[in-house]
Design a protein around this ligand. Sequence first.
Ligand SMILES: [Fe+2]
Ligand SMILES: [Fe+2]
Length: 275
Amino acid sequence: MKVEILILVENTTPIPDFQGEYGFAALVTVDGKSFLFDTGSKEALLNNALLAGVDLAQINDLVISHGHFDHTGAVMQFLQMGMNKRIYAHSNIFVPRYVSLGERQREIGVQFKEQEINSNGVELIFTDEFTEIYPEVFVTGEIPRTTDYEDVGGSFWMNTNDRLVADNIADDMSMVINHPEGLIVISGCAHAGIINTIEYARMKTGQAKVLAFIGGTHLIRASEERLAKTVAALREYDVQKIVICHCTGFKATVRLYNDLGSRVIKGETAMKFTF
Ligand SMILES: [Fe+2]
Ligand SMILES: [Fe+2]
């Protein structure tokens, strides 16, 4: 099995002309079959794909990690490129969502309606459960929250029945590839918790080894206890490559690098990883 992961959108980039943009998107290719994982928040996806020589019109399958704007902002642009598009997502990605920033609440949900997708002739497949979408390629669906030290990573809210209630971001899902050398886990924000996500992937596939974790971790406001226990779990799983992106934050990035060494990489736009 040959797996290539190209980061198409991340907050920053080390390469001139590529665009850093708040959010995450990656091109995941497994034995020649390509998947787009998330889309970033605005137009960087199209710019960066063009620069990287990726023809988005040729990619049929989109996996949406969760219903936040910084992962779904270019979905409509992507759907307008080419035919026979297919989307894998949790069924509650369209719930109106907010984040509290001090006094202020900001709307952070998906910026399009489900009907707009349907009118484009796109197949929208709800994967609320762990689902194989291609041989040895899975989406987790809803991830059980089993650790006692992980949380969604911020003050998130959703509107249900005209009431604002705490949002546990049940739709948060990751992509999992069962590579012969171990699991490759790709996450958008990991609001379910990076360790909950890895643990669930191991449980569902029966593969104990973890080759790589790539994506957002939402450790940006993590407590000392959470950081210490996350590092301990990653060490125990002996994850070979940990590419932390997007919502990890400076402090958690430094902590993971200092504790786990060169297996930790700060993922940025245009970086490519091959397994
Ligand atoms: Fe995010
Ligand atoms: Fe998010």
